[in-house]
Design a protein around this ligand. Structure first.
Ligand code: SF4
Length: 364
């Protein structure tokens, strides 16, 4: 007999399926269609982790589902706690690969002392093939896309380890979400479903390095989740050095595509901007960034650079350094003079290598 983990590894997932897909599952099993809604509610409304706990189903159907499907798509391997309250989850996948998710409590605190916002940073791929020079995940290369079930299960498993409800989701962990568009959107449709009450669309953000066909698709499909763009540079020359994807989709095309996105959706866009010492932190950068930010309603998230020495960077990556705190503040002040709405992303989880750009593991 196979050990339990190996038996489960070969089975299809129940998580990540929509009601319509579950209906097909039950029809194929020779069961009534209405069972689909019961299982959907058990998974996402009541968040029952195991089919044996789904007592709205008859015992023989529970046994059949247990035999044919796996209810967990990711399994917690380890959980690290940062001094600032950030939690980093290491999840194992059915094929032995691993991914990370990060739960970040907001710095905004309610009267009872509890953080007002709890944001889960979710991975969408195992590794990434976009090769951003400042990013630890890039050193892993791309192993595969995550399924919709593996994306949703990061939320469900992380919620079990959060005393308070997770309020926000950002697709900003490992991987480029636009390169796994269908699975990300399928997971999002379940996460944002009013019936499941997992997370509201306006509290869900997809962050892209600039995969322009994905931005156009989001606009054309009228997606209501938020869009963030990893900008990180104000000239094509610098952006190419930081993000090789800029060779394929240059900065002027990125800006034109965002104009299109805004025209179609009337939704604002967030620019993510890591401040590197001597590279993108000059007065000219602040002025160019100001011009870009004023093209449409935007806010700029300024992010301190988190060094990734643990990945043993070489070449241009090894030259990247964070701007000093004084220079960082100077850059904020210049942007505010440019009428830019600036927010500063904190360095939550730095002590456990869970801060922005630091997620990296050796893929099995
Ligand atoms: S920053 Fe994002 S897109 Fe770039 S290599 Fe890292 S995970 Fe991929």
């Amino acid at each position: 007999m196979l050990p339990a983990r190996d038996r489960v590894a070969g089975l299809p997932e129940l998580k990540g399926l929509t009601v319509a897909q579950l209906e097909q599952v039950f029809l194929d099993l020779g069961q009534k269609k209405y069972r689909a809604q019961q299982v959907y509610d058990a998974l996402y409304v009541h968040r029952i982790p195991d089919v044996h706990g789904m007592t709205t189903l008859p015992a023989d159907l529970r046994a059949l589902l247990h035999e044919r499907f796996r209810t967990s798509s990711v399994e917690l391997e380890s959980l690290q706690h940062s001094e600032d309250g950030t939690k980093k989850f290491l999840f194992a996948l059915h094929d032995g690969r691993v991914i990370e998710s990060v739960l970040i409590p907001s710095e905004m605190v309610e009267a009872d002392g509890k953080p007002r916002r709890r944001t889960l940073c979710i991975s969408t791929q195992v590794g990434c093939n976009l090769g951003c020079t400042f990013c630890a995940t890039a050193t892993m290369k791309l192993a595969r896309n995550l399924s919709a079930g593996e994306i949703i299960d990061q939320f469900l498993q992380a919620q079990l380890h959060s005393e308070q409800p997770i309020t926000n989701v950002v697709f900003m962990g490992m991987g480029e979400p636009m390169n796994n568009y269908d699975n990300v959107m399928q997971a999002t449709s379940i996460l944002n479903d009013q019936r499941t009450l997992m997370v509201a669309p306006r509290r869900t953000t997809l962050s892209t390095a600039g995969v322009l066909p994905g931005i156009v698709r989001m606009a054309d499909e009228g997606r209501i989740i938020k869009l963030a763009l990893s900008l990180h540079a104000t000239t094509q020359e610098t952006r190419v050095k930081l993000m090789p994807i800029a060779k394929k989709w240059p900065l002027d095309q990125v800006l034109e595509t965002l104009d299109y996105y805004y025209k179609k959706t009337r939704k604002s866009v967030t620019y993510e901007y890591i401040v590197f010492k001597g590279l993108n932190d000059t007065l000219d950068d602040a002025r160019r960034l100001g011009r870009m930010a004023r093209r449409l309603p935007t806010k700029v998230n300024l992010i301190p650079f988190h060094e990734i020495d643990f990945t043993h960077p070489t070449g241009f990556s090894a030259e990247l350094k964070p701007a000093s705190p004084e220079r960082f503040q100077w850059f904020i002040d210049r942007l505010r003079e440019e009428d830019v709405r600036v927010l500063v992303r904190s360095s939550s989880g730095l002590d456990i290598d869970a801060a922005c750009g630091q997620l990296a593991l050796s893929a099995s």
